[in-house]
Each structure stands twice: as structure tokens, then as C-alpha cells.
Design a protein around this ligand. Structure first.
Ligand code: PSU
Ligand code: MN
Length: 290
């Protein structure tokens, strides 16, 4: 694992460090736009007072903290790396973009305690056909990290995912809300386990959970601009994926790009804005005083 000088120094000085993933850069947006979102997220972490640590696998190494040139290499050719895929990508020198789960296993090794993303993976609709549950959930349960997201991606079965998070003992915090955000939409999700009002409060809950030997926590931040009419389009996108027999790791990228296209770019703008907002909040939490 290679930790950049900046991230290494920030950790030595006890500054806030926020991990960012590369799957959304490589597979969450049209070519070129993912990199812009990644760079904007890094700036947002800095605006929040912390240092960004974007994570991926490059040239046979796990990298924690990337330069702009390095970040630009994470295009659609990158393999999507969940927790089980990182080791093989390193040994086989693949270009690998880490998912939330893949990023969290690296956070565990690097002792990074905060991360931001757009939406967590979870239980796919229709379970057990397909029997598809994102490895993000197990990785989150096992890693001492607080992940800021706009809830769980709403192309999933959000209610089932929320139940599974409870079973796994993952605290689900709501950022100034009592319900888990629905990714594009702010309201209507299942209840959170605790509502928080300030960055310092979120941080204190995370550290109190870790003192009890707990693992990861999810903090759901509602999107600033709620898109409340996307559900019919999500159903269309899932039907299109099924008709094309798309399954496994390809489902999420297919559905996101379908929505971006068919919504005339509205979901794309919403997705970008919520990711950047989550990065900013994670930066504030990581930098806040206990
Ligand atoms: N958030 C976004 N866009 C994304 C993702 C999150 O706004 O593309 C990615 C994350 O990397 C997450 C992955 O871990 O989607 C979930 O993929 P799957 O459903 O295959 O586990
Ligand atoms: Mn899956």
C-alpha cells in the first residue's frame, strides 16, 4: 500500500482525513465527468477542513491519495473492485476502482476513519431473485469508519437494506433528518436509528461506538435538491437491465447511466451535487473537535 505524502503527514499531525472511492469516478458517470466529480469531491473535503484520500489500485499497488493525473486514469476500463477483488487486482497489476466496500477494506488497513460517497450499495430489489446483496454492507459492518452518503441507492430495496443494516449492528444516523435519505430524494425513507444535528455530534457518536468495539456507521445526508419523481424511471431502468440480462457488478453502472440519459441529465446533476455535498460534510466531521 502506498500512502501519499500529504495523507501520511495529515495522519501524523492528527488532521482529519476522508477516504473517497474510485468506482463512482470510473463507472458512475459518463466518460470524463467522473474525474470532475472526483476532483470536486476532493476540493469539498478540503473546504470542510480535512485532507482527501482517494483510493484505488494502480500499477500493482493499493494507492491512498492520488494526484490529478493518477485520478484521470480511472476510466471505464478500470475493474470494479469490491472487498474480495482488491488482492487479485494488486497481484495481477490491474487498474482497479474500489467500491465503497473495497475502499473500506483499505481504510481499515490505513486506519482512515471517515469516508464519503453518493449512495451505499445494499439489497437489490426482488431478493432472492437475484440473490444480490452488495458487499458494501459486510465491509461497513466490519470497518471502524463513518461513511457519509445520501442513504442507500434507491434503485435497491431500501427498506430491506435498512433492516439488514440493523441486523449487522450498523448505526444509521440521519443528518438533520429522522429518515434515511433515498439518494435522489430527501424524504420518504425508513427511520434512522439516531438523528444528529452537528458534525461534532456525529463524530462523538462514532467514537463512542468504537469504544464499544463497534464497526462502521452510516450517516445519511439528504440531497440539497430533492428529485421526487424518479421512481417510475428507476423501474424502467431496472426492467431494461433485466431485458438485457445484465446482472452482478454491472447492474448499478447500467442503471445509473440509463437514468442519467433518460432524465435529460437531471439525475446526473443531482448525483454529482450530492456526492460533493457528502464529501464536504465528511470533511467537516473528520476535522471537528470531539
Ligand atoms: N454512489 C454513487 N455512484 C456509484 C456508487 C456509489 O453515487 O456508482 C458505487 C459505489 O462504489 C458502491 C457501488 O459501492 O456503487 C455499489 O455497487 P454494487 O451495487 O454492485 O455493490
Ligand atoms: Mn452486487
Amino acid at each position: 500500500m502506498i500512502v501519499s505524502d500529504e495523507v501520511r503527514q495529515a495522519m501524523r499531525e492528527g488532521r482529519g482525513v476522508v477516504a473517497l472511492e474510485t468506482t463512482l469516478i470510473a463507472h458512475g458517470f459518463p466518460p470524463g465527468e467522473g474525474v470532475e466529480v472526483g476532483l470536486a469531491s476532493e476540493r469539498a473535503v478540503r473546504d470542510g477542513g480535512s485532507v482527501p484520500a482517494t483510493i484505488g489500485v494502480l500499477d500493482g499497488e493499493i494507492r491512498v491519495g492520488l494526484t490529478e493525473d493518477e485520478l484521470e486514469r480511472f476510466d471505464a476500463n478500470a475493474i470494479k473492485l469490491g472487498p474480495r477483488d482488491v488482492a487479485a487486482a494488486v497481484v495481477q497489476r490491474a487498474l482497479g476502482a474500489t467500491t465503497v466496500g473495497g475502499t473500506l477494506v483499505v481504510c481499515n488497513a490505513a486506519e482512515i476513519r471517515f469516508m464519503a460517497t453518493g449512495g451505499l450499495g445494499g439489497v437489490h430489489r426482488g431478493w432472492p431473485t437475484p440473490p444480490d446483496v452488495s458487499a458494501d454492507l459486510k465491509a461497513l459492518a466490519q470497518t471502524r469508519a463513518l461513511v457519509v452518503s445520501s442513504g442507500v441507492k434507491s434503485l435497491l430495496d431500501v427498506a430491506a437494506t435498512s433492516e439488514l443494516l440493523e441486523t449487522l449492528g450498523v448505526p444509521v444516523l440521519g443528518w438533520r433528518t429522522g429518515s434515511l435519505p433515498l439518494f435522489y430524494a430527501a424524504a420518504g425513507g425508513p427511520p434512522v436509528s439516531a438523528r444528529v444535528e452537528t458534525a461534532a455530534e456525529a463524530r462523538r457518536i462514532a467514537y463512542a461506538h468504537w469504544e464499544l468495539d463497534g464497526g462502521g456507521l452510516l450517516l445519511g445526508r439528504p440531497p440539497d435538491q430533492s428529485l421526487d419523481d424518479v421512481e417510475p424511471l428507476i423501474e424502467q431502468a431496472l426492467a431494461a437491465a433485466a431485458a438485457k440480462a445484465i446482472h452482478g457488478q454491472s447492474v448499478t453502472p447500467f442503471v445509473l447511466s440509463y437514468l442519467h440519459r433518460e432524465s435529460g441529465g437531471r439525475t446526473l446533476a443531482a448525483n454529482r451535487d450530492l456526492i460533493v455535498g457528502n464529501a464536504r460534510l465528511a470533511g467537516e466531521i473528520a476535522a471537528s473537535d470531539i
